[in-house]
Design a protein around this ligand. Structure first.
Ligand SMILES: Nc1nc2c(ncn2[C@@H]2O[C@H](COP(=O)(O)OP(=O)(O)OP(=O)(O)O)[C@@H](O)[C@H]2O)c(=O)[nH]1
Ligand SMILES: [Mg+2]
Length: 692
């Protein structure tokens, strides 16, 4: 693959809700640019971009693919991201290393919840963007409707640049508002024509809009426009480019990937209007652990530095890291420093990649992207640099996972390999988290939804040969008290020679939630000698590991040790520990013990029409609504819901909203379990223990 200088490179992310046609558009671009001679389709599972079995099986993209396309004298690095919301971390990562976003909006459904979400990411990542009204050939395609939904949601800065001629089955060409050229597709041939009479009115209206928008954002052009009543194509072009880079104009284009109509125009748009690689404040390289900026532009003259924006485990090649070079060049004979891990890495396997196809290279230049295979320590988000040029580029923060499952190996002999394999898999995906629950001892996998976790489990089997079954995670209940009680514990054994003697009086009372434990020693006059006091505390703490209700840890209890007695010969630490434990159990039984459960704070976003269903569903989950908001047709609901009621919420929300809702959840606090439910939990736990 050719290496080009930064001004000839464009790094662009394709983003949208699932199924808007990103992967198909990329395929069309590969075809139009003659990179491939036959188009695949996501329905058949033979596209360049969707090659992983988990993608092929589901007909959706799951992982971002890097697809370089040479167009005219340029190289466009397309990052084809997944639209399915549970894989959004891939989208954010891609946007961080792009200088342009192509946001696809389906011509028949218009803006959807997923579009709104990716638009938020585009805004957060602060990069130039354009819209493509896609699948223009489909039966219900309606450009005007799609455009007005774009403007309703994203504002009037979205202005058409390419207008369709006809739509649905009659989609037969388009007009370029910038050049005034029209193209008609007829029987596989393209005809360049003047703007047809039937389209003149529309053309004038939208061209005026474009000119006004361009003038609005540039004083010099505004003067010209006010004086002359119009702008020259050169002026419009200049103003447009500026407006796009400043993120005040978002042009709207059209496409049909089936017939490749509009594809060339989008390629041209990308090279002409999107900026070459550059750095903005968000992306400046800083001196490690400091705010001092050391890299503020893509600079081929500086020593090497770059950012790893994706890690991927290939079952044959091993781990590969996708890197964007920010300064200097990355060569296949160099040692680099991983600033985040403070480890040197040897780069010997350097590739350009297109989908799954790798092509060896000896260098990757500033502004460009490629992959390094077989690094030992490097993962997504790490900065690599020349060891004499220490610099750190910022990376993303990921939200909390929303769904967990307990995993167990299907085959007993995989038990030892399971956690190692799962931990290796986490390298591929920062939103996939593995942990062992201290309380329940279960190995848990956590992620962004049911499909996400199902996909990870399939990858685990395919890449590491470990098959697992998924189960409900146990809830980490705890126990506490609501009342105050006093109790005596006396442990006395006379067995001939050396006996055992420990004796204490304690009072227990509730502590504020989250305070865990407090021990107060109020022994006066040596009723219990000093050296045995820690044994009393220890005995209580150990007893608190398993409460009397159902064996869950006891928390938020204050214990006052106020009296006791000892025996000069028979007393021992052990005896006092046992006495304390006896006292605690008795006291707890008297102090109104209750179960506590983890409660999550959730934020749910759904189209307004689903609000009623969501609220009544939350009521059945013992949810407490904290607040509701509405933003451009989307309802935002914040609520506190017990974790036990949220175990399958990802699935349930998807079926309640036809996949159009999403939510985030994070641990908020522990709360008392209502008595009726607590009884059931205790009964179940006891019967499980009976079985063991
Ligand atoms: N008629 C028509 N169908 C299209 C067009 N582009 C894509 N499709 C179909 O729309 C469906 C989704 O297309 P994809 O390209 O997989 O969509 P995507 O945006 O990559 O979807 P995700 O990867 O899930 O985010 C497939 O069935 C495609 O065949 C188009 O221009 N016209
Ligand atoms: Mg796709």
């Amino acid at each position: 693959m050719k290496t080009l200088e930064p001004s000839k490179i464009r790094n662009v992310s394709f983003v949208s809700h699932s199924g808007a046609g990103k992967t198909s558009l990329v395929e069309s671009m590969l075809f139009v640019s003659k990179t491939i001679d036959k188009k695949g389709s996501t329905d058949k599972g033979n596209t360049v971009s969707d090659f992983e079995p988990e993608e092929v099986k589901r007909h959706i993209s799951i992982s971002t693919s890097l697809i370089p396309i040479f167009w005219k004298d340029y190289k466009i690095n397309i990052l084809d991201t997944p639209g399915f919301l549970e894989f959004f971390a891939e989208v954010k990562g891609a946007l961080r290393v792009s200088e342009g976003a192509v946001v696809l909006v389906d011509a028949s459904s218009g803006v959807e919840v997923g579009t709104e979400r990716v638009w938020e990411f585009v805004k957060e990542e602060e990069i130039p963007a354009c819209f493509v009204v896609s699948r223009m050939d489909r039966e219900n395609a309606n450009f005007e409707k799609a455009l007005s939904s774009i403007r309703d949601f994203f504002g009037s800065d979205a202005v058409p640049l390419i207008l369709p001629i006809g739509q649905g089955q009659n989609f037969k060409g388009f007009i370029n508002l910038l050049t005034g050229e029209a193209k008609i597709f007829e029987g596989g041939n393209v005809k360049e024509v003047d703007v047809p009479d039937s389209e003149k009115e529309k053309f004038d209206m939208y061209r005026n809009e474009l000119v006004e928008k361009v003038a609005e954002n540039d004083e010099e052009l505004l003067d010209k426009y006010l004086n002359e009543g119009d702008l020259s194509p050169e002026d419009i072009k200049k103003g447009l480019k500026e407006g796009i880079k400043n993120k005040v104009i978002f042009p709207v284009l059209v496409s049909s990937s089936v017939s490749d109509m509009g594809t060339e125009e989008i390629l041209d748009f990308i090279i002409d209007e999107f900026p070459p690689p550059y750095l903005d404040e968000k992306r400046y390289g800083k001196k490690p652990n400091s705010d001092e900026v050391v890299v503020d532009s893509i600079d081929p003259e500086k020593p090497f530095s770059g950012l790893v924006f994706k890690t991927f485990t290939d079952p044959f090649v091993g781990r590969i890291n996708f890197v964007k070079v920010y300064t200097g060049k990355l060569t296949s004979d160099m040692k680099v420093l991983n600033i985040d891990k403070d480890k040197e890495e040897r780069v010997s396997n350097l590739f350009f990649i297109r989908g799954k196809n790798q092509e060896k290279t000896d260098k990757i230049l500033a502004g460009d992207m490629g992959v390094i295979a077989k690094l030992n320590h490097t993962l997504t988000g790490d900065t690599l640099c020349d060891s004499n040029f220490k610099v750190k580029y910022d990376w993303l923060k990921y939200p909390e996972p929303v769904l967990s499952y307990a995993v167990e190996p299907k085959r007993k002999e995989d038990e030892d390999r399971l956690s190692t394999a799962i931990f290796r898999l986490t390298a591929d995906d920062p939103t996939f988290i593995v942990e062992r629950n201290d309380v329940t001892k279960q190995l848990l996998i956590k992620g962004m939804g049911a499909t996400h976790l199902q996909v990870m489990v399939e990858k685990l089997a395919r890449k590491f040969g470990v098959e697992v079954t998924l189960g409900k995670p146990e809830i980490a209940y705890k126990e506490t008290i609501k009342g105050t009680a006093k109790a005596e514990g006396k442990y006395k054994k006379q067995t001939g020679g050396h006996g055992q003697y420990g004796h204490c009086f304690i009072e227990i009372s509730p502590l504020e939630r989250g305070k865990e434990f407090e021990f107060v020693d109020k022994i006066f006059g040596g009723a219990i000698p000093k050296q045995y006091i820690p044994a009393v505390e220890k005995g209580i703490k150990e007893t608190m590991k398993e409460g009397i209700l159902a064996g869950y840890p006891v928390v938020d209890v204050k214990v006052v040790l106020y009296d006791g007695s000892y025996h000069p010969v028979d007393s021992s630490e052990l005896a006092f520990k046992i006495a304390a434990s006896m006292a605690f159990k008795k006291a707890m039984a008297e102090a109104k013990p209750v179960l506590l459960e983890p409660v999550l704070e959730v934020e749910i976003r759904v189209p307004e029409s689903f609000l009623g269903d969501i609220i009544s569903d939350l009521n059945t989950r013992r949810g407490k609504i904290l607040g509701m908001d509405s933003e451009k047709g989307i309802s935002i609901i914040r609520a506190l819901v017990p974790e036990a009621e949220m175990l399958t919420y990802g699935l349930d929300l998807a079926s309640l909203t036809q996949g159009r809702g999403y939510f985030t959840a994070r641990f908020a606090k522990y709360e008392e379990v209502p008595a009726r439910i607590a009884e059931e939990i205790i009964r179940r736990k006891k019967s499980e223990e009976g079985k063991e």
